[in-house]
Design a binder for this molecule. Structure first.
Ligand SMILES: CC(C)(COP(=O)(O)OP(=O)(O)OC[C@H]1O[C@@H](n2cnc3c(N)ncnc32)[C@H](O)[C@@H]1OP(=O)(O)O)[C@@H](O)C(=O)NCCC(=O)NCCS
Length: 177
C-alpha cells in the first residue's frame, strides 16, 4: 500500500491526537465536534475507524488532517475528513479519502456512503472525483446552519473500482512526492 512520503505519516488516531484533530475541527466546521464524541469513537465504538495524517518531526507530531468511517453491515459510512486550512489543496484530503476507500476492501463492504452540506462545494468536488454520486438529500439536516445534507454513494466497491483507486493512488503518489 502507498504511504505518504516522509516526513508525513498516516496512522490510526489515538487519544493523544485529539488536541490536534479538534483544532482542525474548530477551523473546519460551523459547529465543532465535542471531545467526548471523539473519545467515544476511539474507545467505545467498535464500528469506528479513524486515521490521522501527521507531520513527523521534533518531539511531537503535528496533525494536519484526519478522517474516519464506520462499518455498518455491508456499508462503509464516511463520518469525517478534514485537512488543516494551511495544508489544503495539496492532495492531502484526497489521500485521506483514498486511503479510507482502499481500507473498505479489507472489511469487506459493498458501498461507501456519506453526507455533505449542500454549500460545501470543495468536499462535493472531492467526492465526485472518487465517483460518489448523489443518492438523496435531507432538507435542513444541519441544525446549526439549516443547510441541507446531500447523501452521496460510491458503489459497487468491486474489482474495477479497486483498479480505479489504484490508478488514482499512483497519480497522487507522484503529486505528493
Ligand atoms: C474537503 C477537504 C477535506 C479537501 O481537502 P484538500 O486537502 O484541500 O483537498 P485536495 O487538495 O486533496 O483536493 C482533492 C480534490 O478535492 C476537490 N477540492 C478540494 N478543495 C477544493 C476547493 N476549494 N474547491 C473546489 N474543489 C476542491 C478537487 O476536486 C480536488 O481535486 P483536484 O486537485 O484535482 O482539483 C478540505 O477542504 C477540508 O478540510 N474542508 C473542511 C472540512 C470538510 O468540509 N470536510 C468534509 C465534510 S463532508
Amino acid at each position: 500500500m502507498f504511504l505518504p512520503p516522509p516526513p508525513f505519516a498516516l496512522r490510526k488516531m489515538t487519544l493523544a491526537d485529539l488536541d490536534g484533530a479538534l483544532a482542525i475541527d474548530r477551523l473546519s466546521f460551523p459547529t465543532p465536534a465535542k471531545r467526548a464524541m471523539y473519545i467515544h469513537e476511539l474507545t467505545g465504538n467498535p464500528l469506528a475507524h479513524y486515521q490521522v495524517l501527521a507531520r513527523m518531526g521534533g518531539r511531537t507530531d503535528s496533525i494536519i488532517g484526519y478522517a474516519g468511517y464506520w462499518v455498518l453491515a455491508d456499508e462503509q459510512h464516511i463520518s469525517a475528513v478534514a485537512v488543516h486550512p494551511d495544508w489544503r489543496r495539496q492532495g492531502w484530503g484526497e489521500l485521506l479519502l483514498l486511503h479510507m476507500l482502499l481500507q473498505a476492501y479489507e472489511h469487506p463492504v459493498n458501498l461507501s456512503t456519506l453526507e455533505v452540506r449542500r454549500r460545501n462545494l470543495a468536499a462535493q468536488s472531492l467526492y465526485g472525483k472518487y465517483r460518489f454520486e448523489v443518492a438523496g438529500e435531507r432538507k435542513g439536516y444541519y441544525k446549526d446552519t439549516g443547510d441541507d445534507a446531500i447523501l452521496m454513494t460510491a458503489a459497487p466497491l468491486d474489482a474495477p473500482y479497486f483498479q480505479f483507486l489504484q490508478t488514482q493512488w499512483d497519480g497522487l503518489a507522484g503529486r505528493l512526492r
